[in-house]
Design a protein. Structure first.
Length: 261
């Protein structure tokens, strides 16, 4: 299927990271012009730009002025943004039961995953209001739907993004852009490499116990769904949706009983 993204400028936040770089490569393969946002990954972002013809731009997504300036600079360099992928975020690790979780960690995780998504979408929606069109895709997590032991902060932040923001912004965007759309993908764990996969074999077994497709997600699995969601030709009547890219995951195993109990 042709996605019709040729020549279209799309900003990917966290574009130099594991999943972001796969999304950037996928968009470039479709002929889009990827704007590769990064914060600390300058070398990776510039290398990816050389490979893909993309445009690397730096911003701390927790600074309001930097996020607004990111959208402005992207438009200056590439023209109207057909889409934004709000991918920046991350796992707080290590696991901490909620009874022991500090307020500092809770706030840090919500900032990294929810506040960055809010500020990115706010800045983009101002641009959509000016140009009258746009498509926004958030990157959530299976944790939003099934929870994750030791990661109440992350699960709560991703739920707020994929259910609270997606549903609300899908309604708000059409006041500015009649065909504007807002969606999300919710991936399961993406092991970074075969080596890391082997090291985390036990975790992988538990993670795959309720996954009919029987393997972990790859970054490419997620990137192709993001590209599909960005495409008006392919998914122009899909909005307010959360696409689970999870191999059919139907839940999680209960944690083993603690020795303390
Ligand atoms: N990997 C998985 O298993 C998995 C599974 C489900 C969902 N996800 C989600 O997928 C997204 C990408 O994750 P990933 O695995 O690709 O992680 P990653 O490689 O660590 O990339 C995350 C990116 O987010 C950026 N970022 C984080 N906080 C930022 C801030 N305040 N300002 C600017 N940039 C910020 C980082 O920028 P710099 O490094 O440049 O500082 C980094 O490029 C995240 O939202 C994550 O929650 C990942």
């Amino acid at each position: 299927m042709r996605l019709g993204l040729g020549g279209k400028a799309v900003l990917v936040t966290g574009g130099s990271g594991l999943l972001g770089s796969a999304i950037v490569r996928r968009l470039a393969a479709e002929g889009a012009v990827p704007i590769i946002h990064y914060r600390s990954g300058a070398t990776a972002a510039h290398g990816l730009a050389d490979d893909t013809g993309g445009i690397p731009l730096r911003a701390n997504l927790l600074e309001e002025s930097e996020v607004d300036a990111l959208i402005e600079r992207a438009v200056e360099r590439a023209g109207p943004l057909a889409g934004v992928v709000a991918n920046a975020g991350g796992w707080p690790g290590p696991p901490v039961p909620t009874r022991d979780m500090t307020l500092e960690r809770w706030r840090r995780t919500l900032d990294q995953n929810l506040t960055t998504a809010f500020l990115t979408s706010r800045a983009y929606l101002k641009h959509v209001h000016e140009v009258g069109h746009g498509s926004l895709v958030f990157v959530g997590s299976a944790a939003a739907r099934f929870g994750e032991d030791g990661f109440a902060d992350y699960a709560a932040a991703k739920s707020a993004v994929t259910y609270g923001l997606v549903q609300t912004l899908a309604r708000e965007i059409v006041a500015s852009a009649p065909r504007g759309r807002v969606n999300a993908v919710s991936p399961t764990w993406i092991p970074p490499s075969a080596q890391a996969e082997a090291a985390a074999e036990q975790r992988l077994k538990r993670a795959l116990a309720t996954v009919p497709l029987g393997r972990a997600a790859s970054a490419g699995d997620v990137a192709s769904v993001v590209a599909w969601l960005l495409s008006d030709d392919a998914s122009g009547y899909v909005t307010g949706e959360v696409i689970q890219v999870s191999g059919g995951m139907s839940g999680r195993l209960l944690p083993p009983p603690s020795a303390e109990q």
